[in-house]
Design a protein around this ligand. Structure first.
Ligand SMILES: [Zn+2]
Ligand SMILES: [Zn+2]
Length: 291
């Protein structure tokens, strides 16, 4: 199996190189990241981080996490990734799959795993979906309509005045389609949604990876932490082709703090991927009607 994977990686290397050249032409700032061919460990780490593969910490106590077991779960994880992402399902790391993996995205998982139970499956074989389905109509995971927010960053990536204006607009979009109302927390008040910019390891078990790859993450109710990558090249107005649009990302991450998971609809705000230079500042039907 290890040999097989090595061969796959060598094949993948040529695809990745072609892809890197293509991406670097379109996004010179991503050159350094793009020319780096993903290693087997990086692919595994990616699949684990986004829910397609069991993480060592998810394993029930007392079970072995040996490398053979991890190797055997790689192909099904790639298949699951391809299926979720509407790619050709081959179980192989082809160029299309690697291109998707290299697309900048949200750090939260696509597939939610329940500890000791693995992925929740529908009755149809080969089908899967995220658990904890949520629609504004059916439940309120916060058990209150009025939610407060505040700003706490370890790195001042964006002036607070601009951040406040961007978040206010994003909250207004969600308030228009949900039972929630939003206001900034008063001095000393504990906020429900805590927004900030961080770098690297910042104490929540989800280290931030630096420019490119993942731009932010946010935790579901009733946690509410919303962390943006402090070293990302953020745009606070109209993004250039090298900048990530902060308003689009904030709108997406607030969705997580309200209990929404990722959408498979590429037009949805809750779709996990957003390229540099792209804005997505309007909620789509899929964002507000999922159940
Ligand atoms: Zn997300
Ligand atoms: Zn964090």
């Amino acid at each position: 199996m290890a040999q097989l994977n090595l061969c796959s990686l060598l094949l993948v290397a040529s695809f990745a190189l072609v892809l890197a050249i293509h991406l670097s032409a379109a996004h010179p700032r991503k050159l350094m990241k793009s020319t780096k061919i993903p290693s087997l460990n990086e692919v595994k780490g990616y699949l684990q981080a986004h829910g397609y593969m069991e993480r060592p910490e998810d394993r029930p106590t007392g079970t072995s996490g040996d490398s053979l077991m991890i190797e055997s779960s790689l192909k099904p994880a790639i298949r699951m990734y391809q299926e979720w992402n509407h790619l050709e399902v081959t179980g192989k790391l082809n160029s299309e799959t690697i291109a998707r993996m290299m697309t900048p995205r949200c750090g939260m998982p696509d597939i939610i795993r329940i500890p000791d139970k693995g992925v929740h499956h529908e009755s149809k074989p080969g089908k899967f979906h995220v658990v904890a389905h949520y629609s504004f109509k059916n439940m309120n995971p916060w058990s209150q309509r009025q939610l407060t927010s505040n700003f706490m960053s370890t790195i001042p990536s964006v002036p607070i005045r601009d951040l406040r204006a961007i978040c206010t607009r994003a909250f207004q979009h969600w308030a228009a389609v949900s039972p929630f109302r939003f206001r900034e927390a008063r001095q000393g008040e504990v906020a429900n949604i805590k927004i900030g910019f961080y770098t690297r390891d910042h104490g929540d078990g989800y280290p931030i990876d630096g420019p490119g790859h993942t731009w932010a993450h946010a935790f579901a109710p009733r946690d509410g932490r919303l962390h943006c990558d402090g070293s990302e090249n953020w745009s606070i107005s109209t993004p250039t082709t090298y900048q990530t649009d902060l308003e689009s990302v904030t709108l997406h991450e607030i969705g997580h703090t309200l209990g929404l998971n990722h959408s498979q609809d590429p037009d949805a705000v809750m779709y996990a991927y957003l390229n540099a230079g792209v804005t997505k500042r309007q909620l789509q039907q899929d964002d507000i009607t999922r159940d």
